[in-house]
Design a protein around this ligand. Sequence first.
Ligand code: NAP
Length: 336
Amino acid sequence: MESNDNHPLDFKSVGNHPSRPQGIGYVIDKGQKGCDHMLTGTRVTIIGGDARQLEVIRRLSEMDAAVQIIGFDNWECRLSGVRQAELTAEAISRSDAILLPAVGTDDTGRIDSLFSAKPLVLTEELISAAPAHVHIFTGMAKPYLRKLCELHSIRLTELFDRDDVAILNSIPTAEGALMIAVQNTDFTIHGSRSLVLGFGRTGITMARVLQGLGSKVAVMVRKPEHYARAYEMGFYPFYPNSLADEAIQADLIFNTIPSLVLTANVIAKLPAHAFILDLASKPGGTDFRYAEKRGIKAMLAPGLPGIVAPRTAGKIIGETLSQLLTEEQGNGRRPT
Ligand code: NAP
């Protein structure tokens, strides 16, 4: 959709927008810096992934990086400086940086790719062919990848751990969550009572978005400073020991806590029409078995940014990755 070309994350188009609000200056500055520093001579290997990776590839190509893409045989790439490759030790040895998908590998080293039917497996033999200075990037790493990198003293960065990436990703996450809530309820969000569990990077955005639509938002926090901040922001804060009481009046529950918080005891208190959307990483924080038994609709919705806004989510990754790589080049952390 070309109409999205002036998206705030599009570093080229944001320059001197006269009406741009100050609040997104952080993103603009980050992008403008990226413009000045190119990635000429940096060899980036992208292995597998989904539509998000296409944005990353575009960004790296604009930055003049030498990009090899592996697991993209069903995608016709016409970008300069980008070449298709097979997953071989030789290809890995030609990498200063490697980008893996949102979930780097599974527990056996398998890498998902939407654009190839060929299996991709990151083996120890392959990783040992990487140059000593290689830096591996992924969204989040499973123990397999962490261990492989540890064994070979390879730098590994989990991009979704970074506050900037997590906060920016919370925007498509909250939008996707709203979409699912609207599709699964027969009442408006306006006027409903929502519980948002967790007041971190995703929880805050979720609560604000619901508030903006006219929901009465209660947020579950566990620290007094978060209680005070939630109150200041116009939410109704409460501590975990009140969750079962708060559940009695809840229409919508959005969980962002990756531990079991929506227990059978809490779910038993919910009204029959309540809808639970669990945003926390798998397996979520909901007793789904009991919710089903009680006839309460409950869903786990992982990976929303990549599903509802792959282009934006790809820009977030591409912008952050190119920023980190230019910083590294500036610090002389790898041969140029
Ligand atoms: P975050 O910033 O660390 O926030 C997590 C929040 O949960 C914090 O407020 C934390 O409280 C609270 N918390 C953790 N354990 C708790 C417990 N046992 N009891 C009560 N509160 C607890 O994390 P985030 O970036 O918002 O991400 C939250 C979850 O959403 C993660 O699992 C992440 O993988 C997932 N996520 C999902 C999507 C999606 O598309 N579904 C997108 C982005 C993220 P304190 O501040 O007191 O520690």
